[in-house]
Design a protein around this ligand. Sequence first.
Ligand code: ATP
Length: 429
Amino acid sequence: MSIDKIVSLCKRRGFIFQSSKIYGGLNSVWDYGALGVELKKNVKNLWWKNLVHQREDVEGLDAAILMHPAVWKASGHLDNFADLLMECVDCKKRFRLEDVKDKKCPECGEKLTLPRAFNLMFKTSIGAVENEREIFLRPETAQGIFVNFANICQTIHKKLPFGIAQIGKAFRNEITTGNFTFRSREFEQMELEYFVRPGTDEKWYQYWVKQRFQWYINLGIRNENLRIREHPAEELAHYAKACSDIEYKFHFSSESENGVWKELEGIANRKDFDLKQHQKCSGEDLSYEGVIPYVIEPSGGVDRAMLAFLIDAYYEEEVKERKRVVLRLHKDLAPIKIAVLPLLRNRPEIIKTTKKIRDELSHYFISKYDDTASIGKLYRRQDEIGTPYCVTIDVQSLEDNKITVRERDTMKQERIGIGKLIEYLQNKF
Ligand code: ATP
C-alpha cells in the first residue's frame, strides 16, 4: 500500500498536518490533529502499560529535554553523532554518503565534495546572554536515564535485573528527510534501559527482541510486514555486543515498488558502555550491587510506530459497488472507540436521545456524536478513521428502547437494549 494514500487521509481527516503550513511549512516537522493526538497517545499508553504498569521490574522516568552539555561529550554524541555528507559543487545540496551512488550529485549530476561530518544535534543557548553557554536539544531520551541511574537506584531499591522506561521528545537535524513522518526533525522516542548482570546479557537481549516484536504483532501489524534484522558484526557500533532492528515493510513512493524494510525500533546490547562513560566523565560511582550493570536497550519511535499502524490498517474495499476505505486499527489504538449517530437529523427527540447516550458513553469510552451527514456517509467517515463501533438511534429506538450497534470490520448490525449498551460494549473491548 502506497504511503501517498495515508498522507492524504491524514491530512483530510486531521491526523497529521505539516508544521507552520500557512507560512510555507517547516520541513520534516509535523503537527498532530484531533485524531492524530489520540492515536499517538494510545501508542504511548499501550507501550507504557506493557513495559511499566504490567511489570514489576520496570519503573518510569520523565527527564528534561535540556541537559548539561557534558552529557553529550560523555555519550559520544558531540564527537560522533554525525552523518557523512557530500555537497554538490553546483547546486550546493548536501547528501548522505550512503545515498550517493557514483560520486555524482543525485539531483543535478555535478561533482560532489569529499564527505564531511555534519553533527545532527540542534544547538541552543542557555541563560540571559546570547551564546553564554551552548547546549543541545537531546537527540535521544536514553541519556536522561543513564545520568539518573544513581538517583533511581537509591530511591527504588530494585534488584538486578530491572529497567527504567521513558517516553519523550527527541530532536535531530536530519539531512535526508521526506517519507512523511518516518524521518522527522522533532519526534518522540519510547526507550527502555534494562540493566542486567554481566553474563546474563545475552539471554535478556534475546528476551527483549522477542517481546518487542510481539508487541507490534499483538497490536495488529501483519506478520508478513514485520521482521527482525540482526546486525552483522561490521554494522555494530564499537560498544555494542549485538543489535537487532524490528523492521516494517514500507511502500514509500520515492523507493522500490516492492516495498523497503525500514527500522521501527532497535534493540541493542550496549554492555556497560554508557554507565562506564558517565562514571569516568562525572567522577560519580555508578556501580550497583557490586557491578557496573550491562544494559539492553529497546529504543523505538512513537511517530514511526504510529505510521506503521496506520499503513498496516488501511484497506480499500468494494461494498455494494461503492468504494469503502476502512482503517482496521486494533481497538485499543483506535482514536475514537464509539460514534453515536442519529438515523434522522430532523427529529428533535432522536437527536436528544442520541446526545444523551453519547454523554453516558463518554464516561467509559472516547465517543463522538455526529449528525452532519446522512447515515451512510457517517458510517463511511467512521470506517475511514478506524472507529470500531457505531451506535445508531432511530425512530423505533424511542419506542422499544433499543439501538443499533454496527461493527466496523464486518459491518454487521445488532439491536441492543439501551440499558445493556455499556456492558455490551465493555465486553467488546
Ligand atoms: P535511522 O537509521 O532510521 O535514522 P537510527 O538507527 O538513527 O534510525 P536510533 O538512534 O536507533 O535510530 O533511534 C531509535 C528509534 O527512534 C528509531 O528506531 C526510530 O523509530 C526513532 N527515530 C530515530 N530517528 C528518527 C527520526 N528522525 N524521525 C522519527 N523517528 C526517529
